[in-house]
Write a protein that binds this ligand. Structure first.
Ligand SMILES: [Zn+2]
Length: 503
């Protein structure tokens, strides 16, 4: 279905002669394109059909691959995985973004906070870092959790009006996937793969997108990072503790505890997997985890669509702790049945809360307005401090306002912040019809076309949401000479921080 046709291939060949590796990469880029379309048009007939068949219980981005599924669907998942490794989040209201594992700190690379996550706040969302009333960053909390990221985070401007977070492809300017950049990315990934003898863990599929409880993801993550405090690790950290396995007396490494100890080996052998687990060669977390994640359960167990392996790891870990700290001996059967019952319990507790997308009414250009709004910003590059100024002009006269803000990274961001404040104030004043003027052609272009600069995604979303509540609104560019009011207000605000004032 998604595979490249012979025509495509011969055409590419004649364009430069591609080897098999190139062909594979080209193919993967095509598959990624298809996945991108599915991701962005979940209501299309194709998406509805495929998701209805293959992602009944899970989101497309999370659903695990399965050996029994069709060739075409597995192809789409290959494309999806290429996307997963190369997408980042644009912060809207922050409710869809997990603050620790998700990449949300850069518009060009997958950048996440450096772990390990602090235990008490491992599962926070980006929205939890916002003040619930103002929807501005909670600076104290950010200093507490991500002290080294304070400037980075404060320089991002989230949506105040609840625009959804958005995934972007990292290799294009507009954040939209293109086959060309997909191809070069796939090619790069493949050449990296061939340098690496051992398969590595796909963090999204192997940890963060596991269909399992966050606490289980956390244990898996720690295990894969070598951060579970087992005997061997504590010994290395010179913690005075007996580093040997309490069950068999061998050195307790992570792999020993989870796979190589006779006890663990039996747990894996007796677990009700559909596939026969071949343990003639020992299992290693680093190399075998992605395979274990794929294992499905026997139907009567009742958790066919849930992954059991992560729960087994977690159950092995807790039973070990129970033995060491509570002197409780747990049997092989208990480890397995605990894993299954927790998996079931978790599965049953899953509700479906879909984040709502704010409706964005089309902004229309209508010739007559009661009110004209002129906005401007004065920005200092060195400090990021910015003065915002705007004048609201009606037949009765002019009202002047100003404000100031910090952590602004570009003139465009400054101009858009001025516009957001200005429109908010206009709405508060009960104005229903508004012509908004700015001398920033970039901002006006962003507001009157579908092209949205990514760095101001949250701000632009807010302006569009706010705009949709006016009867009539338009945005238009004016030359700097005509924006005297806005300009002088912004400059004055920058000179000394002022609050709203009337004239
Ligand atoms: Zn042992």
């Amino acid at each position: 279905m998604a595979w490249v046709s012979w025509d495509d291939m011969t055409q590419t060949k004649s364009n430069g002669g591609l080897g098999f590796r190139d062909f594979q990469s080209f193919n993967n880029a095509y598959l990624a394109k298809l996945s991108w379309r599915l991701l962005n048009n979940p209501n299309s007939l194709l998406a509805q059909t495929l998701f209805g068949k293959y992602c009944k219980d899970e989101e497309f981005l999370q659903c695990p691959g399965n050996y029994s599924e069709s060739h075409g669907w597995r192809g789409i998942l290959i494309g999806r995985d290429l996307l997963l490794e190369n997408m980042g989040w644009l912060v809207g209201d922050g409710k869809a973004i997990k603050a620790w594992p998700d990449p949300w700190l850069s518009l060009t690379n997958q950048v996440r906070p450096m772990g390990p996550a602090l235990e008490w706040c491992s599962y926070i969302l980006v929205s939890d870092l916002l003040d619930p009333d103002t929807r501005e960053w909670n600076r104290d909390l950010i200093r507490l959790i991500f002290p080294s990221l304070e400037t980075t985070i404060l320089s991002m401007k989230p949506s105040r009006l609840g625009a959804s977070d958005k995934l972007k492809w990292l290799h294009t300017k507009d954040g939209e996937f293109s086959t060309k950049t997909g191809y070069s990315t796939a090619l790069e990934a493949r050449s990296k793969d061939s340098d690496r003898p051992r398969p590595s863990v796909n963090w999204n599929r192997g940890v963060w997108n596991l269909k399992t409880a966050p606490k289980v993801q956390h244990v898996i993550w720690k295990a894969l990072k070598g951060a579970l405090p087992v005997g061997e690790k504590l010994l290395a950290r010179q913690v005075p503790i007996d580093p040997l396995c309490k069950r068999c007396g061998k050195l307790e490494s992570i792999n020993h505890l989870l796979f190589h100890c006779e006890f663990a080996e039996k747990v894996w052998k007796q677990a009700p997997f559909l596939q026969y687990l071949d343990q003639r060669g020992l299992l290693y977390l680093e190399t075998d985890w992605m395979g274990l994640v794929e294992l499905t359960c026997l139907r009567p167990v009742g958790i066919v669509a849930t992954q059991l392996a992560p729960w087994l790891i977690c159950s092995l870990w807790t039973s070990r702790n129970n033995m060491i700290f509570n002197n409780k001996i747990v049997t092989i059967e208990e480890v397995i049945s605990r894993a299954i019952s927790s998996a079931k319990e978790w599965k049953n507790a899953q509700g479906q809360d879909e984040p709502k997308k704010p409706s964005q009414r089309k902004i229309e250009d209508v010739p007559h307005y009661d009110t004209v709004l002129q906005t401007d910003a004065a920005w200092t590059e060195t400090t990021g401090t910015t003065g915002l100024g705007w004048a609201i002009k009606t037949a009765r006269g002019t009202q002047r306002f100003s404000n100031s803000t910090t952590f602004v990274t570009s003139p465009l961001m400054a101009e858009s912040l001025a516009m957001r404040e200005a429109i908010k104030k206009s709405k508060e004043l009960g104005i229903r019809s508004l012509r908004c003027e700015s001398d920033s052609s970039q901002l006006i272009k962003a507001l009157s076309s579908s092209f949205e600069p990514l760095e101001i995604y949250g701000i632009i979303s807010d302006i569009k949401i706010e705009a949709s509540s006016f009867d009539v609104i338009s945005f238009c560019w004016i030359p700097r000479e005509r924006n005297v009011d806005g300009d002088s207000l912004a400059k004055a605000a920058l000179r000394h921080v002022t609050t709203d004032s009337f004239s």
